[in-house]
Design a protein. Structure first.
Length: 495
């Protein structure tokens, strides 16, 4: 039942259209809404573990039976003879009855033998167990064994098309189902997903084989899986009708040693919020791969869609090597999909903390905030002050943000914007290029998070603080602990 329950749940977290709609109505840091993909991963690992327990349980049970394990697995013994030898043995009147039935199955089910011998045995020994009302473990309730055809159906053995036994069929579908899920699970592991994403993407289509297989292997699963599979199908239909677009890649630019910027023509019907995610596919690079990226552009600023992508993995490596040659090719995209950043400008004092390329969603928020201020649309901003903290490695990482930071660093924003930069690997005197007032404070080295939190909490003591984080996991754990200590809400953007 646990496997059926997890099978019911595993598709729900990836109903992206549904979660995008829910985030508009619910502002919460509850795990399912904040990180549905994380829930999907957890369910996948749990389902794989439960499957291994399921296999181990049946393997242990088969080891106790009289027949060799491999013979049971291959269904060499007919279901009828096997059940008479095991669970139904106490109901068998004479041991000779089993030998008679076994020989009858080996002889090819002659009808005259059935009429003279087998019918009586079925009536005396088996019908009470194999009936609609039976509760026996090995019983087949849909086979009352009262006609020749019913007995022959249960008497089959092996993997022959016409003579395949029921147990052999169950084993065959079970093996196919398990192998498809094992391959899917293996290529979903973090390292393989990041560095061989094309294999992760293609093997994930095995979920179709898995769902069909599990419903054939255990027909009762159909009742558990019908609703989630139906919802998933509806979600995919909506995706193709409303969210999938074809547009053009206008410009590409490589910044530093590992960042590439894509400038994408914005379709006229495409509407999004700052910090939203889109999935893109470059058919000339790989026809079957779709990758999610946070848009670094802001809708209030107008213009095209921009993506800042870190070179990490085989697909991004190909894109980075193409550089400017990748421009002017068609690009497919679907989205947008909301993230926890949706409600940032509704917080009284949002504190945006990021490391490395994790600054992408907050760059979009800063652009949106600046554009709304310049357009005198401050009534749409509920935030009294915006605090942005960015930890980055070197000058190359800073390059893609420098133009935006210059726009932020003006006197008009002195009281409503605070930016703290931490350069962890300074070289020579490069830090002097960005340590400046009125809004930006730069520091070399890693931040002391405890002291930094204490300073912000004391200074903004009379205001409500909300923490938003996007970055590496090691820093996230420390940030979460400090949020618990100071009783602050934290919303995480994961990538």
């Amino acid at each position: 039942e646990s496997i059926k329950f997890h099978a019911l749940l595993i598709l729900l977290p990836i109903l992206r259209n549904s979660f995008t709609g829910l985030r508009h109505f619910f502002r919460t840091h509850a795990f399912p809404l904040e990180h549905p993909v994380g829930v999907h991963k957890y369910l996948g690992h749990a389902l794989f573990t439960l499957t291994l327990f399921h296999i181990a349980g049946y393997t242990s049970y088969y080891a106790t039976l009289h027949a060799p394990f491999i013979d049971i697995l291959l269904g060499k013994e007919s279901d009828l003879v096997r059940t008479m030898n095991t669970n139904m043995y106490e109901f068998v009147t004479f041991d000779e009855s089993i030998d008679i039935v076994d020989q009858w199955t080996k002889d090819g089910f002659p009808k005259d033998v059935y009429e003279n011998k087998i019918r009586r045995i079925m009536w005396d020994d088996c019908t009470d167990c194999h009936s609609v009302s039976s509760t026996m473990t090995e019983a087949y309730t849909e086979l009352p064994l009262s006609t020749y055809e019913q007995v022959v159906k249960l008497g089959g053995k092996g993997y022959g098309f016409e003579t395949m036994s029921r147990k052999a069929w169950v084993h065959l579908t079970g093996i196919i189902t398990f192998l498809s899920f094992a391959i899917l699970w293996f290529f979903s592991l973090s390292y393989l997903r990041k560095h061989y994403h094309h294999l992760f993407y293609l093997t994930h289509y095995l979920f179709i084989v898995w769902f069909i297989g599990i419903m054939v292997h255990a027909p009762a699963t159909i009742y558990w899986c019908t609703i989630p599979c139906g919802l998933f199908l509806i979600d995919k239909i909506l995706h193709f009708i409303y969210r999938r677009k074809k547009t053009k890649l206008l410009k590409t630019e490589c910044i530093g040693s590992d960042i590439i910027v894509l400038d994408i023509e914005r379709p006229s019907s495409f509407k999004y919020n700052a910090g939203d995610v889109i999935f893109i596919c470059l058919p000339e690079l790989s026809r079957y791969e779709w990758h999610p990226f946070t848009m670094s552009s802001a809708p209030a600023a107008g213009g095209n869609i921009t993506l800042h992508i870190r070179n990490l993995g085989d697909w991004t490596e190909k894109l980075y090597l193409q550089g400017e040659k990748a421009a002017h090719q068609p690009i497919l995209m679907h989205g947008p999909y909301n993230t926890p950043t949706l409600h940032i400008l509704k917080s009284q004092v949002p504190v945006l903390i990021s490391t490395g390329i994790g600054a992408t969603p907050f760059a979009a928020i800063l652009k949106e905030w600046i554009a709304l201020n310049r357009q005198n649309k401050t009534n749409t901003i509920k935030s009294e002050k915006l605090i942005f903290i960015w930890v980055y490695r070197d000058a190359d990482a800073y390059l893609w943000m420098q133009d935006l930071l210059k726009k932020c660093n003006i006197d008009d924003y002195r009281d409503s914007l605070e930016i703290r930069l931490f350069l962890t690997r300074p070289q020579d005197r490069e830090a002097e290029n960005w340590i400046s007032e009125p809004c930006i404070r730069g520091t070399t080295g890693r931040p002391n998070w405890a002291e930094l939190f204490q300073e912000i909490v004391e200074r903004e003591a009379l205001k409500s603080l909300d923490i938003y984080y996007c970055g590496v996991e090691s820093v996230a754990l420390e940030i979460e602990e400090l949020c618990k200590h100071h009783h602050l809400s934290i919303y995480r953007e994961r990538f």
